[in-house]
Design a protein around this ligand. Structure first.
Ligand code: 5AD
Ligand code: SF4
Length: 490
C-alpha cells in the first residue's frame, strides 16, 4: 500500500495497472463514428413496434435512450404496452441479485407470447448479459430469447435485430472488452425535455470487492472532452436546461487520456451558454481532489450537491471492501468540502451486512450518518455477486440481522432527511421546473440545487424554467413550495 497526495491509501495492484497502461494523448484516442455504421442499417423496423424495459442505474437508462434512437432510425416506433411490441428488449442490471431475479421472472412470462407470435423478437442486454452464468441459463432454460448482447457492443443492435429475423437460434454477441476507444454520434431518443444525460466515461477500474461493475462494464474509458462539450452545446441549442455527466467513477475521468481531468471537463461544461445546471454522477471519495472541490465551489452552474458513496462507516469494513480510504479520511474529505462549499448537500450509498460486519462496525456506519448528516442515502443489503472477491469472505451475518440493520439505518436516515428538509421551510429557493407530477397532473415537479424534489402548483408553461419558490412544507422525501413572483432575489 502507498499513500497518494490526497492522503488516501492506494492499492498497489491498481497503481501497477495504471502504470502499465499507455495513456493516449487526446489526438491519439480512437473513436468510431456511428454515422458510418448507420449507412449499413436498413429500415427493417418499418411498421413495427419496440418496448425496452430498463433496470438499474442512470447509465442503463441512457443506454436505453441510445438503443431507442437506433431502433427508431430503423423505422420502429414505441409500443404502448410491452405485450403489443414486435421487439421486446430487457436492459438489465447485475449489481444485486434481486434486480436479476426480476428479469428472470419477466422473461419467463414471455414464453407463451413467443409461442403465440413466432415473429416476436426478445432481447436481453446490459450487465447481466456480460455474465457467463446468465448466458448459460438462457441457453438451457430460456431458448425463447432471440438475442443476447452486452455493454460493450450496444452499437451493433441493428445488425443483431436483422440477424434475428433470419435465425431460429439465440444469437449471442457479447464482447469481453470494449474496443480501444469510444463510439460517437450515437442517435438518442431522450425521455425528458428539460434534463439530459451525457456519458463522459465508461467502465470502472476500482474493483471494490463486492462490486460486479468492473467485470460487466470493463476498464475505464473516457470520451474526448471535445465530443462531450459538443454534445452539451447541441443540447443547449435544443433547449435543455440541465445536464448530468455520467460515469461509474466520474472523478477518474481523463485517467486514460493525457492532459485533461474531471475538474477541467466540469469547468468546460459550466462554460456552455444556456445550460443552467451541470450535475454529475457518480463520484468516488478515493480521488476527490481539492481542484475538483474548488471547481464546484466557483461555478454557479454546478450545483452545490455531491453524491459521495461511503458504503460503510467502519475502517475495517472499508478495508475489506477495498475502497481505498478509511473512515477518518472520508470524514476529512467531507470537512474539506463543507469548508469550501458551506451550503453543500451530500447524499450517499451504503451497504449493510458486508461479510464479517459486526454490530459495532454497523454502529460506526450509523454514527457516520449522524456526523455527516446526509440529505439522503441509498441503502442496500450486501448481495454476493459471482466472481467478485467478497464472495471468498465468510458471509457470516444472518439474513435476519442484515434486514434489521437495513431497517435501523433507514430509520436513522429518514429522521435526518426530515430534519434537513424542515430547516428549509420558509426559505426561498431557486428550482428548475421539470415536469408534471407523476401522480397528480395539477402539481408540477421541480428540483432544488441540492437535488430535492419540490411539489408546486402553477401553469404548465413554467416547465423548463428556473423559478423562485418559498418552501411551505417538508416531508421526508420531498418539499412543498409556493411559486413566488419572479424577480425575487434569492
Ligand atoms: N451488494 C449490495 N449493494 C451493492 N452495490 C454495489 N454492489 C453491491 C452488492 N454486491 C451498491 C453500492 C453502490 C450502488 C450503486 O450499489 O452501494 O454504490
Ligand atoms: Fe463498483 Fe466500486 Fe466501481 Fe463503484 S467504484 S462501480 S462500487 S467497483
Amino acid at each position: 500500500m502507498s499513500v497518494n497526495n490526497e492522503g488516501f491509501i492506494q492499492i498497489d495492484d491498481l497503481d501497477q495497472h495504471a502504470a502499465d497502461t499507455h495513456r493516449p494523448t487526446i489526438a491519439e484516442r480512437q473513436r468510431v463514428d456511428y454515422r458510418e455504421i448507420a449507412k449499413e442499417v436498413g429500415r427493417l423496423g418499418e411498421g413495427k413496434t419496440y418496448f425496452i424495459r430498463t433496470h438499474g442505474c442512470q447509465m442503463n437508462e441512457h443506454d436505453t435512450e441510445i438503443m431507442s434512437g437506433m431502433l427508431e432510425e430503423m423505422g420502429y416506433t414505441p409500443a404502448r404496452e410491452m405485450y403489443d411490441a414486435d421487439f421486446i428488449l430487457y436492459n438489465t442490471c447485475a449489481v444485486r441479485e434481486n434486480a436479476e431475479d426480476k428479469v428472470w421472472g419477466n422473461l419467463g412470462t414471455l414464453k407463451p407470447y413467443k409461442a403465440k407470435n413466432p415473429n416476436l423478437i426478445i432481447g436481453l442486454c446490459g450487465c447481466m448479459a456480460q455474465e457467463e452464468v446468465v448466458r448459460e441459463r438462457i441457453r438451457t432454460t430460456h431458448p425463447h430469447v432471440d438475442i443476447v448482447f452486452g455493454t460493450h457492443n450496444v452499437h451493433v443492435l441493428p445488425s443483431l435485430v436483422e440477424q434475428a429475423h433470419h435465425s431460429k437460434l439465440t444469437i449471442f454477441d457479447v464482447w469481453d472488452a470494449a474496443h480501444d476507444g469510444t463510439i460517437e454520434n450515437l442517435p438518442k431518443v431522450r425521455k425528458d425535455d428539460v434534463r439530459a444525460w451525457v456519458n463522459i466515461q465508461y467502465g470502472c477500474n476500482k474493483f471494490c470487492t463486492y462490486c460486479i461493475v468492473p467485470f460487466t462494464r470493463g476498464e475505464e474509458r473516457s470520451r474526448l472532452p471535445q465530443d462531450v462539450i459538443e454534445e452539451i452545446k447541441q443540447l443547449a441549442a435544443e433547449g435543455y436546461k440541465e445536464i448530468t455527466l455520467l460515469g461509474q467513477n466520474v472523478n477518474d475521468y481523463g485517467i486514460d487520456l493525457e492532459g485533461v481531468d474531471f475538474a477541467d471537463l466540469l469547468e468546460l461544461a459550466a462554460g456552455v451558454d444556456g445550460i443552467e445546471r451541470i450535475r454529475f454522477t457518480t463520484s468516488n471519495p478515493w480521488n476527490f481532489t481539492d481542484k475538483l472541490i474548488d471547481t464546484i465551489a466557483r461555478h454557479k452552474q454546478i450545483p452545490n450537491f455531491i453524491h459521495l458513496p461511503v458504503q460503510s462507516g467502519s475502517s475495517q469494513v472499508l478495508r475489506r471492501m477495498k475502497r481505498g480510504y478509511t473512515r477518518e479520511e472520508y470524514l476529512d474529505l467531507v470537512s474539506r468540502i463543507k469548508t469550501r462549499i458551506p451550503d453543500v448537500a451530500l447524499t450517499t450509498d451504503i451497504i449493510v451486512g458486508f461479510p464479517g460486519e459486526t454490530e459495532e462496525q454497523f454502529q460506526e456506519t450509523v454514527s457516520l450518518l449522524e456526523e455527516v448528516r446526509y440529505e439522503g442515502a441509498f441503502t442496500f443489503v450486501y448481495s454476493p455477486r459471482a466472481g467478485t472477491p467478497a464472495t471468498r469472505l465468510p458471509d457470516d451475518v444472518s439474513e435476519e440481522d442484515k434486514k434489521k440493520r437495513l431497517y435501523r439505518l433507514n430509520e436513522v436516515q429518514d429522521g435526518i432527511s426530515l430534519e434537513q428538509n424542515q430547516k428549509l421551510v420558509g426559505h426561498v429557493l431557486n428550482v428548475l421546473v421539470e415536469c408534471e407530477s407523476k401522480n397528480n397532473a395539477d402539481v408540477l415537479q421541480a428540483r432544488t440545487e441540492s437535488n430535492k424534489l419540490v411539489h408546486i402548483e402553477g401553469a404548465k408553461t413554467l416547465i423548463g424554467q428556473m423559478i423562485h419558490v418559498k418552501v411551505t412544507e417538508a416531508k421526508t422525501w420531498y418539499l412543498r413550495g409556493e411559486v413566488l413572483p419572479q424577480g425575487v432575489i434569492v
